[in-house]
Design a protein. Structure first.
Length: 357
């Protein structure tokens, strides 16, 4: 009997110990191979997401920086425009006058003038000014003969040539020159005042022949006083008859004019003077140009140039030794239009001058 209480007590203690233990436990789940493979993938996505975020942050910072730079530039331009407006307002006090400014353009690189070749003093500066002044050549003033070679590069020969015309004809060699063969006939003509002289343009069919070479008469015109001189002597006027050969080479016959009796051909020209410059008059009556020549055909000859710009050289000159006459009244008519339209004599430069015996 005494054993039962002891057993009962042992049973109670055992039940109590069992009761103190948890009724159930959560089992530990074993990681599968699939779960193990997903771990680096999640880590990679997390890393990629972090890089994208960093890139977005960087772009945002750069955009903010660009905006800040643009704002600074705009503020600086505003200051510059205000300074210009203030300066313009000081120089332009009249509020009614609006100074318009061109839109902004990049500043071009300035030419380096430190190595520029200096002009030849005051003369060089004057020549440069004439070149850009659009001055037309004339016989006086800034457009006069002393500046012909400076007002246009095409006229360079007027300054640099060594066979220029007219000249003072002296120390010629007396030889038996071949005669000039004139083949002039009555022809149609037109008269024009070209702003430098009275010029007569001649119809085709009038020729001269010298040493077997033919030249056709193109036009003739007048100068007062004579451009040519003979042993220092000048004449009242001269008429230049300009001829051209098939190759474009020029030959000029110069007929000196002295005061005397009236001349029929010159009067015919004066009768048809145009009322306006560069507006030709074309008479119906033909002109016998051979009557413009002196009776004797002896002449001086030398190589020269045009006596007007561009002063081209290589011109064959033949100056008739015997002058023709013009009346004082006829001389006065031309003088009213052109009191002086002659180029000064040029250096002979040792050129050969021949004259008829």
């Amino acid at each position: 009997m005494r054993r039962y209480p002891a057993l009962l007590i042992s049973l109670i203690l055992a039940l109590s110990a069992q009761a103190s233990e948890p009724t159930h436990s959560t089992p530990i789940k074993q990681a599968s191979a699939k779960d193990e493979a997903s771990v680096p993938e999640k880590t990679e996505r997390k890393s990629s997401s972090s890089k994208e975020k960093e890139a977005r942050d960087k772009e945002a910072k750069e955009a903010l920086a660009a905006d800040e730079i643009a704002k600074r530039i705009a503020d600086r331009l505003a200051v510059i425009r205000k300074e210009k407006d203030d300066a313009s307002a000081r120089s332009n006090p009249n509020p009614r006058i609006i100074v318009r400014r061109p839109s902004y353009t990049p500043v071009s690189k300035r030419a380096d003038t430190s190595k520029a070749k200096p002009e030849a003093g005051a003369n060089g500066a004057a020549e440069a000014a004439l070149m850009h002044a659009n001055i037309h050549w004339s016989y006086q003033g800034e457009g006069g003969p002393q500046n012909w070679g400076k007002i246009d590069p095409a006229n360079a020969k007027c300054d640099t040539g060594n066979r220029q015309s007219p000249i003072d004809i002296r120390d010629g060699i007396h030889v038996d020159l071949d005669p000039i063969v004139f083949d002039y006939s009555p022809s149609r003509f037109s008269v024009v005042d070209n702003g430098h002289t009275i010029q007569v343009n001649v119809g085709a069919g009038n020729y001269i022949s010298i040493l077997g070479h033919n030249y056709e008469l193109v036009q003739f015109h007048f100068h007062k006083p004579s451009e040519e001189r003979v042993n220092g002597k000048s004449f009242e006027m001269v008429v230049h008859l300009v001829h051209k050969d098939a190759d474009g080479k020029l030959a000029v016959i110069a007929v000196l004019i002295q005061r005397g009796k009236a001349h029929n051909i010159i009067q015919q020209v004066w009768n048809n003077l145009p009322l306006e410059k560069n507006d030709p008059v074309q008479p119906l009556t033909p002109m016998d140009i051979s009557q413009l020549l002196p009776t004797k055909k002896d002449y001086y000859t030398y190589m020269g140039s045009l006596t007007t710009p561009p002063c081209s050289e290589g011109v064959l000159w033949m100056v008739m030794k015997q002058p023709i006459e013009i009346s004082p009244e006829q001389l006065a008519i031309f003088s009213r239009l052109y009191p002086m339209n002659a180029r000064p004599v040029q250096k002979s430069s040792g050129r050969l001058i021949k004259e008829s015996n």
